[in-house]
Design a binder for this molecule. Structure first.
Ligand SMILES: [Zn+2]
Length: 164
């Protein structure tokens, strides 16, 4: 599951700037409002953003809107910061992989078939498994072909992606 990103620049959330070596950050992409977070949490890397060729971009209103709708459907919207939503919207808009340890960001990316990897892990997406659970009858599926937000054939409620 998960689409492959075709862009060169990975979108790196702020955890990446705190934990990754400079050569891994090099050439990455961040959202405009993320820059203040990086300055606060990784001040020494903040000073090197230009040198490390980190691209700073603002997602379009349309992609932000689309991500907000998906996050509301997966139930993650309340737990996502404006920066998280921007990071997701950039991933959507530029079709690029997102490096993040935030499970809600991962969940929304997964629900929308977007590529992501964890910051702290090996980069291989084996740490979390996902299953779908019906919000009505609680029936669960794994690898069923059903997608997040679709309708349960048993009771007609929506199914939702949850961590297994
Ligand atoms: Zn059901």
């Amino acid at each position: 599951m998960g689409a492959r990103a075709d862009g060169d620049r990975m979108i790196i959330d702020t955890a990446g700037f705190m934990h990754w070596p400079h050569d891994r950050i090099k050439g990455g992409m961040v959202s405009t409002s993320q820059v203040a977070e990086i300055e606060r949490h990784a001040p020494e890397v903040y000073l090197l953003l230009g040198q490390l060729d980190v691209e700073i971009a603002m997602p379009s209103k349309e992609s932000l809107q689309q991500i907000t709708i998906i996050a509301a459907e997966t139930g993650d919207l309340g737990g996502l910061s404006p920066v998280d939503l921007e990071v997701l919207a950039l991933g959507l808009e530029h079709n690029r992989e997102i490096a993040t340890d935030d499970h809600r960001v991962q969940n929304v990316a997964e629900a929308n078939n977007m590529a992501w990897r964890s910051v702290s892990g090996s980069g291989i997406r084996t740490e979390w498994r996902w299953k779908l659970r019906c919000l009505g009858c609680r029936r669960e599926w794994q690898d069923s072909g059903l997608k997040d937000g679709e309708i349960c054939g048993d009771c007609g409620s929506r199914v939702r992606l949850v961590k297994s």
